[in-house]
Design a protein around this ligand. Structure first.
Ligand SMILES: O=C(O)CCC(=O)C(=O)O
Ligand SMILES: [Fe+2]
Length: 233
């Protein structure tokens, strides 16, 4: 319970909107450690966001982090900002089958590195699919090597994604702050710490009304790798 209390660092900005969280229980079907799994729903206006604090054991997290870091595909994508090329402040790679082997998002194009998921990623995907009772056909990985790496505020609302589909983001490594900012009222901000082995799920109208980001946190010296499972049309 103490651990839970640390996780639920849901903050809000100076906006007057109230921020509360609700704890719920979900059954996990078809998983060997089949017992009840806690998650919380972030009570955000016009958003459906759920946080599962520890899907994977510490031992599995260490193994998966090291397997992920050893993948040969990592590179820093190049974006265009106001027509000028800029290198992303993180490494990425992606797996999944898309017709043209690319996925356009946040002003850049991800080249699909392989249509074959590495076997350990298939295991992670199967676990997440069975927890959420949803299917994913694409995964984008982000490696933040320390607190200088980040992802800017964006919404995952590209036309190539299933409208109002599910985005499931698994975290391994250093805990990082995940920040939501309302598109209409930029002062309306929610933050949650994404812990090692956790899962955050965004669905429904979340991308329509909110942006999200992983801001820089210069004090953080360790790396974090996230896997964002998506549903392409
Ligand atoms: O690393 C994360 O948790 C978030 C990544 C993200 O938002 C994205 O890849 O679209
Ligand atoms: Fe995103």
């Amino acid at each position: 319970m103490k651990r839970h209390a640390q996780v639920l660092q849901l903050e809000k900005s100076d906006s007057t909107q109230d921020t509360t969280i609700t704890r719920k229980k979900a059954k996990i079907p078809n998983i060997s450690h089949n017992h009840e799994q806690n998650f919380i729903q972030l009570e955000m206006f016009q958003a459906q966001v759920y946080y599962y604090h520890s899907i994977f054991s510490l031992q599995d997290c260490l193994k998966y982090y090291s397997d992920l870091a050893s993948l040969p595909y990592w590179s820093r994508p190049v974006f265009k900002i106001f027509g000028r090329p800029a290198t992303a402040a993180r490494l990425t790679c992606s797996f999944g089958s898309t017709p043209d082997k690319t996925y356009r998002y946040s002003g850049t194009v991800a080249k699909v590195d392989s249509i074959d998921y590495p076997p350990f990623i298939t295991i992670i995907k199967d676990i997440i699919e069975s927890i959420l009772n949803a299917k994913f056909n694409f995964v984008l990985l982000n490696w933040y090597q320390n607190g200088n790496d980040s992802i800017g505020a964006h919404a995952d609302d590209e036309g190539s994604l299933v409208p109002q589909g599910v985005i499931a983001c698994v975290s391994f490594g250093a805990p990082r702050t995940f920040m939501f900012q309302n598109k209409c009222d930029k002062k309306l901000v929610h933050k949650i710490i994404l812990e090692n082995g956790s899962l955050i799920v965004m669905k429904g109208t979340t991308q329509q009304f909110w942006k999200h980001s992983i801001p820089k946190e210069k004090k953080i010296k360790d790396g974090r790798i996230s896997l964002t499972f998506r549903q392409l049309k």
